[in-house]
Design a protein around this ligand. Sequence first.
Ligand SMILES: Nc1ncnc2c1ncn2[C@@H]1O[C@H](COP(=O)(O)OP(=O)(O)OP(=O)(O)O)[C@@H](O)[C@H]1O
Ligand SMILES: [Mg+2]
Length: 274
Amino acid sequence: MSDRKPLIDRYHTFDFVNRPVIDGELDLSHGNILYLEDVSVSFDGFKALNNLSLYIEAGELRCLIGPNGAGKTTLMDVITGKTRPDSGSVFFGQTIDLLRMEEPAIAQAGICRKFQKPSVFERLTVFENLELAMKADKGVWNTLLAKINAEQKDRIDQVLETIALTALYDKQAGALSHGQKQWLEIGMLLMQEPKVMLVDEPVAGMTHQEIDRTAELLVSLKGEHSVIVVEHDMEFVRSIANKVTVLHEGSVLTEGNMDEVQNDPRVIQVYLGD
Ligand SMILES: Nc1ncnc2c1ncn2[C@@H]1O[C@H](COP(=O)(O)OP(=O)(O)OP(=O)(O)O)[C@@H](O)[C@H]1O
Ligand SMILES: [Mg+2]
């Protein structure tokens, strides 16, 4: 059983709301973990994000769809501090202003991102990759010299199970399939115990079986983590989606469950083009 606490535990919500918030601590008392309001980003006069507002609940798995160029990746760049908006506000919980923080500090605070191309250490084993990810902040020398304790070993075993690579723990990462490398990389992010995970086009290039397994994996993360998934593969989105946000020309076009958005004439229009 997982000993990690869900972000919002139904039975503890009362305490959560009533106890005083410690300065600098993530305040989830209103239920949302990310608040983006009126965010605009322009590149040479072109508005990649245009007065975009978006709220993500603590522990939810949100799918973000929209045609090419809609601003999905730019939105992730804004949340992670890679791109600064021209205007608007971006908060992590009620109180943490992400626009005042640099990229590394945002990552440190628990917002992590999985890029499309897996970047695992090919010559290390699956287990060693996870070990390194856990201790990334300790520097390479300490990582190589220090032995892990029982608790850390348990933590790695737990993540191996989550990413379904337990049987392959001793295999060189370079010998894994494309899908397995993607899962290992998600596992490496999990070692850092992120609160928010941003995942951009996770199933591109995967086999059907790998796509199904990735769906299970991402669904298993919700509750403990808030996950935003950008993906063009609609069958995959349908298989994991609860709430879907459709972006178009840098703004939210609509939000709802998969059936609602797929039957929305405006959504059909932007996907068919003019
Ligand atoms: N660094 C940049 N400089 C100039 N224009 C940019 C830059 N980054 C993004 N854009 C433009 O902003 C718009 C939004 O791009 P973005 O990558 O966010 O779209 P997307 O929704 O992720 O698209 P896709 O589905 O193709 O990945 C596009 O028109 C893109 O060309
Ligand atoms: Mg993109």
